[in-house]
Write a protein that binds this ligand. Structure first.
Ligand code: ATP
Ligand code: MG
Length: 424
C-alpha cells in the first residue's frame, strides 16, 4: 500500500480487484439462484434517499440515524420543503424497499405477497475497524404482505440454507420476540423501572438510553452494563398471547425444516421497526464484529411510511463478514488459452484470437512483444489451460496447442481450436 498518497481513497471504503470481485460474484450468484427458488425477484432502489425516510423508518433514537448517517449535501437552489432537501447515502435498504412499495402502490397493482431480494452497497459513518466499514455490501430479503409465522420461518430458512451452502464454520442463529404495540409498552415500563434502580451501574450512554431508547440498553457492549442487563426482566414473560403463539408457530415451522434457533431474550436489534420475531446469525470466528446477518418481522413499517397496513419480514447480511469466513476457493484459471508465441503475422493472430473469443473461448493475448519465455511464465502464473504457438515461416495456418496439465501438444488450424478445447 502506498504511503502518504495524495489521492488515496476514502477511509473505510475499499477497492476490490478482479480476484476478490470474483468472490463477491460467487456470493451474488448463489443468492440469485437460491432466492429465485423461493420466488423472490431482485429489487434495486437508489443509493441516495431523503434523510426523513430513515429518521421515520429506522428511528430517531438509533445509532444509524443519530451517529452513522452519511449526508449528501443538496444544492442551495434545490426546490421543495426542507425535508426533501436533506439527503443521505442509504445506511440500509429495508426502509427503501418499504418506501418503494408504498410509492408505487404495489399493494394495488400487484396484489399478494411481494418477495424481493436486493444486493448492493450501504453507507454508515462508523469508526472503521475490522469487520466495520463505511461502505459495505449487503444482500437482503424482504417478504411483504404476510402476517403468517410460516413466512418468518421461510425467510429464516432462506438465510439458513444460503449460509449453510457456504461452509462458514459454526454459525449460531439467535431468535427472540420484541413483542408488539400491545405488549411491548408494558415490558418497556418494567425495564425502565429496573434500569432506574440500577442507574449507578450503567455507563453514561446507557443512562441516556434509559428513558428514550430503553430496549437499546441491551445493545451496549460494555461489560459493566452487560452484567447489569443480565439481571433485567425477561421480555419472553411479557409477551401477549398472540405474540407468544406467533413465536411458538415460528419455532414449530423451523423445527420442521431442521433449524433449531437459540432463544436469546436479550436480543432486541437496534432498529425501531421490528415487531415480534427478531433474529441474528453470529459466528465464533469473527471477533468483536461477529454478526453475519440479522433481521426480523416489521409489521408496522409500511404503515409508518403512510402505506397500507402491510405485515412483513426480512433480513440482511454483510457480504464482507461472510467473505472473511469463506474458505479461499482454488483459483479459477483466467484463460482457456494463452498465446505465448503470436508468430510473425500479429495482425492475423489478433484477428484469429478475436474470432476465438467471439466463440466463447477465453484467450489471453499480449501486444507488448515480450519474449516467448516471458509469456510462458505469464501463462503459468494466470493458470492458462492451454498455451498457443502461432504458426511461423511458410505454414502460418498450422498452430501448436499445448495442454498445460498433460504436456500433450497438437497441431491444429485456427478453426479447430474451439472444438478441441471444448473436449477438455
Ligand atoms: P453491528 O451490531 O455489527 O453494528 P448492525 O446491527 O448495525 O450490526 P444490521 O443493520 O443488522 O447490522 O446489518 C446487517 C448486517 O450488515 C450485519 O449483520 C453485518 O454483517 C453487516 N454490517 C452492518 N454494519 C456494517 C459495517 N459497518 N461494516 C460491515 N458490515 C456491516
Ligand atoms: Mg451497527
Amino acid at each position: 500500500m502506498r504511503q502518504n498518497y495524495t489521492y488515496r481513497g476514502v477511509k473505510g471504503m475499499r477497492d476490490v480487484f478482479p480476484e476478490e470481485a470474483r468472490r463477491y460474484q460467487q456470493l451474488e450468484q448463489r443468492a440469485r439462484d437460491l432466492f429465485s427458488q423461493y420466488g423472490c425477484g431482485e429489487i434495486r432502489t437508489p443509493l441516495v434517499e431523503h434523510t426523513v425516510l430513515f429518521e421515520r423508518g429506522v428511528g430517531q433514537g438509533t445509532d444509524i440515524v443519530n451517529k452513522e448517517m452519511f449526508y449528501v449535501p443538496a444544492k442551495d437552489e434545490e426546490a421543495g420543503p426542507d425535508a426533501l432537501r436533506r439527503m443521505v447515502l442509504r445506511p440500509e435498504a429495508t426502509a427503501s424497499v418499504a418506501r418503494a412499495y408504498v410509492e408505487h402502490e404495489i399493494d394495488k397493482t400487484a396484489g399478494g405477497v411481494q418477495r424481493y431480494y436486493y444486493m448492493g452497497p450501504m453507507f454508515r459513518y462508523e469508526r472503521p475497524q475490522k469487520g466495520r466499514l463505511r461502505q459495505f455490501t449487503q444482500i437482503g430479503v424482504e417478504l411483504l404482505g404476510s402476517p403468517s409465522p410460516a413466512t418468518d420461518a421461510e425467510a429464516i430458512g432462506m438465510l439458513f440454507d444460503y449460509l449453510q451452502s457456504l461452509s462458514l464454520g459454526t454459525l449460531t442463529l439467535m431468535l427472540n420476540s420484541v413483542g408488539c404495540p400491545e405488549c411491548r409498552p408494558g415490558y418497556i415500563q418494567a425495564l425502565q423501572a429496573f434500569a432506574r434502580l440500577k442507574h449507578a451501574g450503567l455507563c453514561e450512554d446507557c443512562r441516556a438510553r434509559l428513558e428514550k431508547n430503553t430496549l437499546r440498553l441491551f445493545d451496549c457492549k460494555k461489560p459493566e452494563c452487560r452484567a447489569v442487563m443480565a439481571q433485567a426482566p425477561n421480555i419472553q414473560s411479557s409477551l401477549c398471547a398472540p405474540c407468544r403463539t406467533h413465536q411458538d408457530q415460528v419455532l414449530l415451522y423451523l423445527t420442521g425444516i431442521g433449524i433449531t434457533p437459540k432463544l436469546e431474550w436479550r436480543l432486541m436489534r437496534g432498529l425501531d421497526y421490528y415487531t415480534r420475531t427478531v433474529f441474528e446469525v453470529v459466528s465464533e470466528n469473527l471477533g468483536a464484529q461477529n454478526a453475519v446477518a440479522a433481521g426480523g418481522r416489521y409489521d408496522n413499517l409500511v404503515s409508518e411510511l403512510e402505506g397500507p397496513a402491510t405485515p412483513a419480514v426480512g433480513w440482511s447480511m454483510g457480504m464482507e463478514r461472510i467473505l472473511e469466513l469463506m474458505p479461499a476457493a482454488a483459483p479459477v484459471p483466467m484463460f482457456d488459452v494463452f498465446v505465448v508465441d503470436p508468430g510473425p503475422d500479429t495482425a492475423g493472430t489478433f484477428a484469429h484470437v478475436t474470432f476465438l473469443r467471439r466463440q466463447g473461448v477465453r484467450v489471453g493475448l499480449e501486444h507488448e512483444g515480450r519474449s516467448v519465455k516471458a509469456l510462458m511464465k505469464r501463462a503459468d502464473k494466470v493458470g492458462a489451460r492451454f498455451t498457443l504457438f502461432a504458426g511461423s515461416g511458410a505454414d502460418t495456418d498450422r498452430i501448436e496447442l499445448k495442454n498445460m496439465a498433460s504436456g500433450e501438444q497438437v497441431s491444429l488450424t485456427w478453426d479447430e481450436i474451439a472444438e478441441h478445447i471444448r473436449n477438455f
